[in-house]
Ligand binder design. Structure first.
Ligand code: C5P
Length: 297
């Protein structure tokens, strides 16, 4: 017997960052949008916890206990006095690169899959709080669609989305450490008066009406300056996507993935081809949004 869960990638259409908190995290107004690139997480009983991975970027995925899917199985098992005796297989289609929440998708996917495999029927609220223990972005991987994340990004309010948006993701070579990007944000903001993060009413309106041009005008990421100062070459990727006709481009989350909003699927394909041939990224993928959250297949 096995259980398979499909979980989506995300893009942050707004990431407003407040001052560092005493616990080291930052208060956010984080508008998440799930995109239709998915990892599939399959769990089956085994003698002991084991993680395997397939897919184009499988070689870059850690298979030890640092993998969020393994940590999710251990966390859920510990809550119920069980042994996390499962084989977790991740069929990875989400590019392994910071900023797309691929690890968070695997964490939420493994949690939901183990819950079903072990017949625990954990209430949704409790699943969400277990997700928040795994990481700030993990609850959104469970919820999907679009949501405003407040607190450190884990407190979610679902948002209405009135149409499909078409994206291109430029996958950078190598990663960018999330804590390092936040630390750079703090350095760059030192001495400045940082306002409390607020969602943009114009951005929420663009999502609600499904208006890509209006969304393009309002995309914003307070971590972008920090990410670009650590990886200046990302500016060239952003320029290449805009030159290829993207309505807008921005760093996704803490990067180094960059996201481009396209007018329609045909434009998205053309922008992806142009980005690949520009030589400013490792590869580029297209995906539409919104997409459903983690779901048992
Ligand atoms: O919650 P997560 O494990 O994804 O966070 C990784 C790191 O990102 C944290 O240790 C912290 O340095 C930074 N972070 C932050 N504020 C947030 C979310 C993450 O400073 N709201």
């Amino acid at each position: 017997m096995s259980v398979t869960v499909r979980a989506p990638a995300k893009v942050n259409v707004q990431l407003a960052v407040g001052a560092a908190r005493p616990d080291g995290f930052h208060d956010l107004a984080n508008v998440f949008l799930a995109v239709a690139l998915y990892d599939e997480v399959t769990v089956a009983p085994a003698a002991e916890l084991k993680v395997t991975c397939s897919g184009p970027d499988a070689g870059q995925v850690p298979l030890d206990r640092t993998n969020l899917a393994a940590r999710a199985a251990e966390l859920l098992a510990a809550r119920h006095g069980l042994e996390p005796a499962v084989h977790i297989h991740i069929d990875k289609d989400i590019p392994v690169a910071g900023g797309m929440a691929g690890g968070s998708a695997d964490g939420a996917g493994a949690l939901l899959a183990c819950d079903a495999l072990w017949g625990l029927a954990t209430p949704r609220e409790e699943l969400l709080s277990l997700c928040a223990e795994l990481g700030s972005d993990v609850p959104f991987s469970l919820v999907g669609g679009a949501a405003l994340g407040t607190g450190r990004g884990e407190q979610l309010t679902e948002l209405p989305v009135g149409g499909d948006f078409h994206w291109v993701f430029a996958v950078a070579d190598g990663g960018l450490s999330t804590p390092a990007v936040y630390a750079q944000f703090d350095r760059l903001a030192a001495g400045a008066d940082i306002p409390a993060p607020q969602p943009s009413p114009a951005l929420l309106d663009a999502l609600r009406t499904g208006d890509a041009r209006a969304l393009a005008e309002t995309l914003s990421n307070d971590l972008q300056h920090a990410a670009l100062s650590l990886r200046p070459a990302l500016s060239e990727t952003l320029s290449a996507g805009l030159a290829a006709g993207a309505l807008a481009g921005l760093v996704s989350g803490s990067g180094p993935t960059t996201a481009f909003l396209a007018e329609d699927p045909t434009a998205a394909e053309a922008i992806a081809r142009a980005l690949i041939s520009s030589g400013t990224c490792r590869t580029a993928r297209t995906a539409s949004s919104p997409a459903a959250g983690a779901t048992v297949r």
